[in-house]
Design a protein around this ligand. Structure first.
Ligand code: SME
Length: 164
């Protein structure tokens, strides 16, 4: 495994994603434990981008349960009919929220959160995980984030959810 993750500090977010993706793949490939890999994905993205909060929720029955994350204390359980996370899991699509105060039902785990992106991992027709990222800046996420975060979720799906 690489001893450290290398990226160009100060480069555009897209350039940094392009630098990180192959390194994330290299870190995950030899490890078969899902939680270990999710933990490293949160650490790599938090270090590179300094997001307020980044973490995974795992689907367990009709709830999303907190998994590996970086950042302040977070709510541990989110019902599928609640919040941005529940909406992304249920609708099986990424949701960008430019201003969390405008999203009906948004769950404010941190009062500093201003914008948010949630990307689900869908396997066999069911959302199994969501990646949730909060920013303390309004309108901090774009189609670039969505594109690369979806690519990371596809890597996780290919490695941990697809049968050989
Ligand atoms: N804001 C999320 C809840 C999770 S926290 O942001 C960590 C939501 O509305 O689903």
């Amino acid at each position: 495994m690489a001893e450290s993750i290398i990226y160009t500090a100060g480069a555009t977010r897209e350039t940094i994603y392009q630098e990180l993706l192959p390194q994330i793949k290299a870190v995950m490939t030899p490890e078969l434990d899902l939680m270990a890999n999710l933990a490293n994905v949160t650490a790599i993205l938090k270090e590179a981008f300094g997001f307020l909060w980044i973490g995974f929720y795992r689907r367990m029955d009709d709830e999303l349960v907190l998994g590996p994350f970086q950042g302040p204390l977070a709510c541990t359980r989110i019902r599928l009919d609640q919040g941005v996370c529940g909406a992304a899991a249920t609708q099986q699509r990424s949701i960008l929220v430019p201003d969390v105060s405008q999203f009906p039902g948004h769950i404010a785990c941190s009062s500093d959160s201003r914008s948010e992106i949630v990307v689900p991992l869908v396997s066999l027709g069911r959302s199994e995980l969501v990646l949730d990222i909060d920013s303390d800046q309004v309108d901090d996420f774009s189609a670039i984030d969505q594109q690369y975060l979806e690519a990371i979720m596809t890597m996780i799906a290919d490695h941990h959810y697809r049968l050989p």
